[in-house]
Design a protein around this ligand. Structure first.
Ligand code: CP
Length: 333
């Protein structure tokens, strides 16, 4: 493994091997496998879970985390090649990535889309530039996908559902007052498809269907596994038979940059909130969410506080799966 940028780059057996390694780290949290290593964690956006688990996980493996917030305590960075840098950025990613590579053994990047032009955001320019110019491994801490979250979810699902092949996974859009990143939705879709679920994507209108890159990848993966991918706009039929309900809110891609036009559609679909009436349509289905989650907007207290909810387990697993990724990437360096 050279980098960990998206699970699309890795076959199921390789991801399963990371999950098995994560179980080992869960049993034995303190292992000196990264003794004297160091990893730069670059946060272009806020975080609670990701920052805590990477920083703590590195400490528990004997390594040091260096937290950098470009534009806030570290110089703002330019990513366009050939740019005339007479604006805000003080240095170019070409220098940042090469210089950090002289100091640290790996770097991890969180860089959300700008939410103005999806055609630009879908290029994942920031992390791709780090991966191109760094000479050490690069890890995605959430850009337009969230691969560490995917592993944490799959570990929680394997613990609670057992074998995932042939089970039904419902990815449901939920209301949120703001248009959010599609990263976790893209990720939930592709990890469920890769691990053999029959997948349903439930969203208000066809405009909320995810980017073709992830839809096409999920379609190819379910076909390979002999499973199905269904897009639905009907809440009741989508919930029926679901073994897992995964909730996330995201902005509709055709409305990138003109969110005022999207708002009336989103406001009409507040009823997509996950509640116990919907969960009762499932065969004791489980619920999860990547967090942070707005209670009684995205999902009710009753669901979050019920034994069906595994969002806390999923969040807890972030610590273990990221150790597995770090140990794998840095093992022979
Ligand atoms: N789920 C997740 O990545 O949480 P944070 O945004 O708090 O890191």
């Amino acid at each position: 493994m050279r980098n960990f940028l998206t699970t699309l780059d890795h076959p199921r057996h390789e991801l399963q091997s990371l999950l098995d390694s994560a179980r080992n780290f869960r049993r034995q949290p303190h292992q000196d496998v990264l003794k004297d290593k160091s990893v730069a964690l670059l946060f272009f956006n806020p975080s609670m879970r990701t920052r805590t688990t990477f920083e703590l996980g590195l400490h528990q493996l004997g390594a040091k985390a260096i937290i950098l917030e470009p534009g806030k305590g570290a110089w703002p960075i330019e990513f366009d090649d050939g740019a005339v840098m007479d604006g805000e950025p003080e240095e170019h990613v070409r220098e940042v990535a090469q210089v950090l590579s002289r100091y640290v053994d790996a770097m991890a990047v969180r860089a959300f889309p700008k939410f103005q032009r999806w055609e630009e955001d879908r290029e994942d320019k920031v992390i791709r530039a780090f991966a191109r110019h760094a000479t050490v491994p690069v890890i995605n801490m959430e850009t337009i996908t969230h691969p560490c979250q995917e592993l944490a979810l799959m570990l929680a699902l394997q613990d609670r559902v057992g074998p995932t092949d042939g089970k039904k996974f419902l990815l449901t859009w939920t209301y949120h007052p703001k248009p959010l990143n599609t990263a976790v939705a893209n990720s939930a879709l592709i990890i469920a498809a890769k691990f053999g679920f029959d997948v349903t994507l439930l969203c208000p209108t066809p405009e909320y269907v995810l980017d073709a890159r992830y839809m096409d990848a999920a379609r190819a993966m379910v076909k390979e596994q002999g499973r199905t991918l269904t897009v639905s706009h009907d809440v009741e039929s989508a919930y029926r038979g679901a073994h897992v309900v995964y909730a996330k809110s995201w902005g509709a891609i055709p409305y990138f940059g003109r969110w005022a036009d999207e708002k009336p559609i989103r406001e009409k679909h507040r009823h997509f909130m996950v509640d116990m009436d919907k969960m009762r349509l499932t065969p004791d289905g489980l619920f999860s969410h990547c967090l942070p989650a707005r209670r009684n907007v995205k999902v009710t207290d009753e669901v979050l506080d019920s034994p069906r909810a595994l969002h806390i387990d999923e969040a807890g697993n972030r610590l273990h799966v990221q150790k597995a990724v770090l140990a794998r990437l840095l093992a022979n360096r």
